[in-house]
Design a protein around this ligand. Structure first.
Ligand code: HEC
Length: 136
């Protein structure tokens, strides 16, 4: 457990700091995502593009926007108020060291975790949100 935590911190420190990258015509979402990958997320598996979302994943993205986005970035591991959630379900451990299973994530959302307060979502919102989190 402790080893996991230390390892995770080391990985975070190894991500290069945000830089301003000027790309001609970088306004497109695709270019922005590519830039973010180049900046710091290269070792992580890629997120599913929003254009390929199932209806459930799209609903989950909306739940994320209204309930989670003010504290978590979905497309990077850089922290906002809480840790960035890119590749959340694809890595071995969440920042706490716990495995990123649906059960643990559900527990985090409904009951809070450490500095994170519980977030009130309905069962269907929760299911949609979990589907979306798997795309990150
Ligand atoms: C008001 C800010 C805030 C909101 C809103 C919020 N979180 Fe968090 N979240 C945090 C903070 C802060 C942490 C770090 C908690 C800690 O380790 O003490 C965290 C941690 C987490 C973790 C990592 C848990 C772990 O075991 O390492 C996950 C996953 C997570 N949040 C998911 C979500 C999801 C999904 C939502 C939306 C339903 C959400 N959060 C809404 C602040 C927030």
């Amino acid at each position: 457990m402790n080893e996991h935590r230390t390892e995770h911190r080391k990985i975070e420190q190894n991500y290069p700091r945000r830089q301003t990258v000027t790309l001609a015509g970088a306004a497109s979402t695709a270019a922005m995502l590519a830039t973010m990958l180049l900046i710091g997320c290269t070792p992580l598996p890629p997120s599913k593009p929003a254009s390929e979302f199932t209806p459930q994943e799209a609903r989950g993205a909306a739940v994320f926007q209204s309930h989670c986005a003010r504290c978590h970035y979905p497309t990077t591991t850089h922290g906002l108020h809480g840790p960035g959630l890119q590749a959340l379900t694809k890595v071995k451990a969440m920042p706490s060291g716990a495995p990123p299973t649906d059960a643990r994530i559900t527990q985090t959302i409904l009951y809070g975790h450490g500095m994170m307060q519980p977030v009130a979502v309905s069962d269907s919102e929760l299911n949609d949100l979990l589907a979306y989190l798997h795309t990150l």
